[in-house]
Design a protein around this ligand. Structure first.
Ligand code: NAD
Length: 358
């Protein structure tokens, strides 16, 4: 049963979508719309079972509610997942079009309760097809923003600055050693900000060319991908995969601060507490990596007819102060920063008596 599912958290709506002609099998989950319509990506994945897809969409949509609430956006949390092999589909453009348009009709039927955006396995082109059937699509058409990663990188940088200020009592990064794991879209952008601020970089990626480029550009030190989290440094910035903070990696950590872009860095919620006990300041991932969703929200016109870059950047800047607020609260209440972040988000979207937007 969906209601008895371990990841079910009083989601407002869970819609199962089937289009026999195109083969579309999708689930749209709207977790909470107390603060506004739900915005969240559309993931296309070869789920091993329908239950795995349901687990993912319930968990991810809930995560979006927390992320948007902490980011101070007038948005709720939602997500959609398409079950199938995106690569096989791309070999059949006509079917791909039919499938994404069928998804668009399903989104349209929700009447604005959910706005779809790009995610793992979907592209702007796919979302444009969705957008032929509904206007509830973000991150396309206007095309003013393009790749949100630079905005995400800037938000991570601001969150990292806040963590350094709180933990090390420093308002600058000059000479600080920062180890960056993953030099993709966000990791590279973060390195640019860090280098500009005078930090010393230790960088690791499975792709040697990406490492070499940063060594050349910023005089970064090449780190061992297998041991980068245990580097002798001031800050570790996980910008590759999720679940990297586990019993073993936390035991091996030497840095007093962890602040990076990767989603779901804690392997389990208890690892937030483990970091606290070790005296490591963890900047909650979904707070510091919200720059992308903030800019998409601005582009989607939630705050005006045109995308105002300066306003979006000013909003992303607020990640710094929200991080300081969370760190102070965690200390005051003697709890993990991850828990303090969850509590602050919950207070924002679960205010008693708050009228529901939908
Ligand atoms: P990306 O795919 O562009 O880059 C990831 C990089 O990590 C790649 O260069 C890859 O080679 C490297 N990598 C993978 N495994 C590694 C390992 N074990 N050790 C070292 N390097 C490894 O992804 P991205 O867009 O830069 O996103 C990075 C992380 O940030 C992801 O977890 C993503 O979910 C999260 N995130 C991204 C955004 C965004 O705007 N792009 C927003 C929020 C969260």
């Amino acid at each position: 049963s969906v209601f008895a599912h371990p990841e079910f958290d009083n989601h407002e709506r869970v819609v199962f979508v089937r289009d026999a002609e195109s083969g579309l099998k999708a689930i749209v989950a709207v977790h909470d719309t107390s603060l506004g319509p739900a915005l969240g990506g559309c993931r296309f994945w070869t789920y091993a079972s329908d239950d795995e897809a349901l687990t993912d969409v319930l968990r991810l949509s809930r995560g979006m509610t927390y992320k948007s609430a902490l980011a101070g956006l007038p948005l709720g949390g939602g997500k959609s997942v398409v079950i199938g092999d995106a690569r096989a589909l791309r070999a059949e453009p006509a079917r791909a079009e039919a499938l994404f348009r069928a998804l668009g009709r399903a989104v349209e039927q929700l009447g604005g309760l959910y706005t779809a955006a790009e995610d793992v396995g979907t592209s702007v082109a796919d979302l444009e097809l969705v957008g032929r059937e509904t206007r509830h699509v973000a991150g396309v058409a206007r095309g003013q923003v393009g790749d949100p990663s630079p905005y995400t990188a800037y938000g991570v940088f601001r969150g990292l600055q806040a963590a350094v200020r709180h933990k090390l009592g420093r308002s600058d990064l000059e000479g600080l050693r920062v180890a960056v794991q993953g030099l993709g879209h966000v990791g590279q952008g973060l390195c640019e900000h860090l280098a500009e601020a005078g930090a010393k970089l230790i960088v690791a990626d499975l792709d040697g060319e990406r490492v070499a480029a940063l060594v050349e550009r910023f005089g970064a030190e090449a780190g061992d991908p297998a041991a980068i989290l245990a580097a002798d440094c001031d800050v570790v910035a996980p910008c590759a995969l999720g679940a990297v903070l586990n019993d073993d990696s936390i035991a091996a950590l030497r840095a007093p601060v962890v602040a990076g872009a990767a989603n779901n860095q804690l392997a389990e919620p208890r690892h937030g507490e483990l970091l606290r006990r070790k005296g490591v300041l963890y900047a909650p991932d979904y707070l510091v990596n919200a720059g992308g969703i903030i800019v998409i929200a601005y582009e989607a016109g939630r705050r005006g007819p045109r995308f105002e870059r300066a306003q979006a950047m000013a909003h992303i800047d607020r990640i710094h102060d929200t991080a300081l607020e969370i760190f102070a609260r965690a200390e005051r209440e003697g709890i993990a920063t991850s828990l303090a972040a969850d509590r602050l988000a919950e207070e924002r979207f679960r205010r008693p008596g708050r009228a529901r937007a939908a």
